[in-house]
Every structure is written in C-alpha cells, then in structure tokens.
Design a protein. Structure first.
Length: 527
C-alpha cells in the first residue's frame, strides 16, 4: 500500500434501517419473518414438523411471531440484527440470501422489538431494541439469558408500538395472502402456518384444475440453465386454459415461483407480453389464461427483488427464459380469444385430460406448440344452396333459376351498393313470378293445362296466382298477402314512384316468404 493511501471503516449508517420503513407493509414484513423460519428449519435438517404461529392482537396493537425452526445459536446472534449477515449458503435452495430481510422486517413493523431464541436445548437468549437504539450510530447491542425458558429450538418475536394499525380486516387479508404465497410449502404436511388460529392455513394454489380442449391441452416445459461451478437452475414453465371453477376476477396472467415461494401473482404487465402486438392488452377474453414460471436453485441466481415482491427483469436467468414465457403467454392468449365466442362449449366443458410434458435440452430453441385453430370460414352461400338442391336440378332443371334468384339476393346483401334493396325487390318478385309460371307450364297428367289456356293465363299475374292457389293449398293467406304487398311495391318502383323507399327489413320479410313458397312448390331447400 502506498504512503498516501488511507483506510475508512465502511460501517453502514443506521439510516439503512430508517430508509426501508416506508417500503414495507405488514404483509410483506411478516413474509420476511416466515421466510427466515423456513430457511432455518431447512438448515436444521427438517427434523420435526415446522410450526409458525402469528398472533395479531388488534386490541393491544401487538404482533407475536413464533416458530420451532431450530432457534439461533449464541455464536450467530449477530445475524439476527446486523444487515448483511446470514447463515444461508448461496448453493442452498433457500428463500433468504441478502441477510437483510428479517432485520428490516421487524423495524418496518414496530418501534419496540423483543426477540427470544433458544437453540436446541441451550439456554434461552433475549435481545431488545427500539427506535432509541436506531437513533444511535453504534451497532453495539445487548442480549442476555432469559429467566424463563421457551420451547427448545424455537424463536419468539414480540412486536409492540406498531407503525401501522392492525384490525380484523387486515387479519383476514393476511390469511389469504400467506396461504397463496406459501401455498406450495403448505402442501407439505410437515409445515404449518397459523394466524390467530390453531388450524394451519389451507394452501391456495392456482394450477390445480385445467381445461383440456381437444389438441390444446396445457403444456409443461422442463429444462435447466447450467451455471459454471454451481448447480444448474431448474425451470418448469406451465401454460394453459384454466378450468371454469378456477376463474377468479383478475386471476389470469403470469405466476412466478422461486424456490416454491410465490413472487408474482396474476401479473399482466408488458414485461410478460400483455401489450399490443403480443398477447394484447389485458381483457376479460383472457380470463382463462394462466402461465406459471417455477424456478429452483441458488437464491443468488433467482430473478426476484430483494424484498421478494417482484421480478428483476434485468436478471440474466430471467432474460434467458423470457422468450419462452412470452411464447406461452402469446400462444394461450391468442387461443383464448379464438375460443372466446363460446367459452362453455369451446373451453370449459373439457374437464379431463393430461398436461403435455416436454423436456428440452437447448434453452435457446422455441417451444414446439400446437397449431392454433384457423378462423372459422363462413360456408359459401351459393355453394350451399347448389349442393342442397342438386337433386332437384337434375330432375327438374327449370327450378335452377328459382334458387339462383335467391343466391343473387344474398350476393346483393353483401355489397355496399346504395340501391341494393331496390334491385333485390325486383329480383325476388321476378323470381317468384317466373317460378309460378314454370310450375304451371310443367304440370302433367290430369293437372296439365292446355296450351291455348295456359298462354292466356301466363299473360296476367292475377290469373297465374289464382291457378297456383287452387293447386298448392299449403301457401298461407298471410304469405299471399305479403306477396301482393311487395308486388305492388315493385310496380310502384318500376312504373310509378321511382323513389320508393325499400328497407332492408322489407327485403328480409319478402325473401323469407319467397323461400317458403319455393320450398312448397318445388321442395327447394335453403340454409
């Protein structure tokens, strides 16, 4: 070291504590303490059932957290209070790694803190500190044996003079929050978390019931990200359309678990593709879409923030897996939208099936997914009509003009022509009149009309209709009334008032009547 080089002691200021008080709410702070207990229990070998108890006293405005995770040995007592000190190893699949979580959690919760701990069957130790200690710049603190022993291998944290008011509503919200955050842990019968109750919280999980539309089952992708000189990060991605009974308001989107702890719940941010041009903006059509990201490995490699309440999107592991996550999100968002017209028939009725599982070796390659359903094309109306009536066209070719007249009207309805209703009225009425004449012309046997008389009848519309009425009794009086009404409208249009207003509703009514009469006289069929 050169002669001019100097040394400064880089002991952190107590402001480190003060600055984080505003960043923590009650739920977040209590999660830090539960994380600490879970990690300690794992390090102690999980030798007995872990019981974590939280008592929120709304009348006294105190919180007590106790656990039997093993306690803290006297040699490690500094790790309870000093930031940056931790017994966790970076290679463990633990939750805490930064050595600040439990320390800042208690300070964020209360002004008065008392911690009792007993390692194995050693003596119980007690340490206390408060805001007065925070005002001093010294990091020295006192602890001593406690005159009353607590249970072996346990720790009790008593918090008073809470910084935020606690009430019954908060207690209920806390139960739901913890049951979701630690849902995967609570599946293990050897772990119990209670809140003002003797019964352990029941786990809340979000991936337990899926829908299995044919060819579109949920898909799980399993792979590892190798880390030099370390164990790999093991990753499972699971995406699909959730079952109807799992649908909750706003509960669609991305769920991220790191070492079994829920970090993100139902995230719908642009980071995960919920933006225009990818999965699209959040919308109720996507209610059934869920994608899960499960990571296990070194806590130092996890893409969580230090408070474990969000994702560090610049984390190298996250940047590596993000394209696959986006692929699943975009795929199932598109699928949900394509099936959204009838979710009951297209999604929710498929209650049984299997999750498709794929193991991949190359993390750089995209996931192989099912082809998305193609848009349903509306059947060509003309082809439908021709197919329905091809038998009649073969035996009675004079009927072709009748059903083609309806095809012309359908074609006109799809155009943007300003006068299409006028043209349609003329076509409909002409089609019906010609159909009547063709019918009378092709009568045979005793029904046949002699040629001289037929020629006279065909000269007059009224005579034509009278002859048809005598032979086809199934045409109703109402239908004949509408035929006459629209015949007069057509005459006014052609011969008298050129600006006759023909509405779309008129065309729809008359078309229905014409189709009905054509089916009665020729047995023609229309879609």
């Amino acid at each position: 070291m050169g002669k001019d080089k100097r040394i400064v002691k880089a002991i952190p200021s107590k402001r480190l504590y003060k600055s984080i008080i505003a960043d923590y709410d009650t739920e977040l702070a209590l999660c830090e303490l539960i994380d600490n207990a879970l990690d300690n229990w794992a390090k102690e070998g999980r030798i007995s059932k872990l019981e974590i108890s939280i008592i929120v006293d709304t009348s006294q405005q105190t919180i007590t957290i106790s656990d039997n995770a093993g306690g803290v040995p006297e040699a490690d007592i500094i790790k309870i209070i000093a930031p940056g000190h931790t017994t966790n190893l970076s290679t463990d699949e633990t939750i805490g790694i930064f050595g600040v979580g439990s320390k800042r959690a208690v300070v964020a919760l209360a002004q008065e803190i008392k911690i009792l701990t007993r390692y194995q069957d050693n003596e119980t130790l007690i340490l206390k500190y408060n805001d007065d200690w925070l005002q001093k710049e010294t990091w020295d603190f006192e602890y001593e044996p406690y005159n009353k022993e607590i249970s072996k291998g346990s720790t009790v944290i008593e918090l008073s003079k809470l910084r935020s008011n606690v009430n019954d509503s908060l207690v209920e919200d806390l139960k739901e929050h913890l049951a979701a955050i630690y849902g995967k842990f609570l599946q293990d019968s050897s772990i119990g978390i209670t809140v003002n109750d003797k019964k352990s919280l029941k786990p809340i999980l979000f991936d337990q019931a899926w829908s299995y539309p044919p060819n579109y089952a949920p898909q799980k992708v399993i792979f590892s990200v190798p880390i030099e000189n370390e164990n790999p990060i093991n990753i499972e991605l699971l995406g699909g359309l959730i079952a109807k009974n799992e649908i909750g308001e706003g509960e669609y989107g991305i769920y991220v678990y790191c070492n079994q702890r829920l970090i993100l719940r139902a995230d719908k941010s642009y980071h995960f593709g919920f933006t225009s041009g990818q999965a699209g903006l959040p919308h109720p059509e996507l209610n059934s879409v869920r994608v899960f990201v499960n990571l296990k490995g070194s806590p130092e490699r996890m893409p969580w923030t230090s408070s474990k309440s969000g994702i560090n999107f610049k984390n190298k592991i996250f940047e590596l897996i993000r394209p696959k996550v986006l692929q699943l999100v975009i795929y199932y968002a598109k699928l949900a939208r394509k099936l959204s017209r009838n979710v009951e028939a297209n999604i929710y009725k498929y209650k049984e099936g299997k999750v498709d599982v794929t193991n991949i070796n190359d993390v750089t390659k995209p996931i192989r997914l099912y082809e998305l359903p193609q848009p349903e094309r509306k059947p060509n109306y003309a082809n439908q009509v021709i197919e329905l009536n091809k038998g009649m066209a073969n035996t009675k070719p004079w009927t072709i003009g009748s059903y083609e007249g309806i095809i012309v009207v359908e074609t006109l309805s799809q155009t943007h022509l300003s006068q299409k209703n006028r043209y349609s009225l003329i076509v409909l009425d002409s089609t019906l009149e010609i159909a009547f004449k063709e019918y009378l012309t092709h009568l045979t046997g005793r029904f046949k009309i002699g040629r001289p008389r037929l020629l006279n009848i065909l000269q007059n519309r009224s005579d034509v209709e009278r002859e048809v009425k005598q032979r086809i009794k199934s045409i109703t009086r109402a239908e004949w009334g509408l035929v006459n009404h629209y015949y007069m409208m057509r005459n006014n249009l052609i011969h008298q008032v050129a600006n006759t207003d023909v509405k779309t509703d008129d065309i729809n009514k008359y078309r229905k009547v014409v189709e009905s009469i054509l089916s009665k006289i020729y047995k023609l069929q229309f879609p």
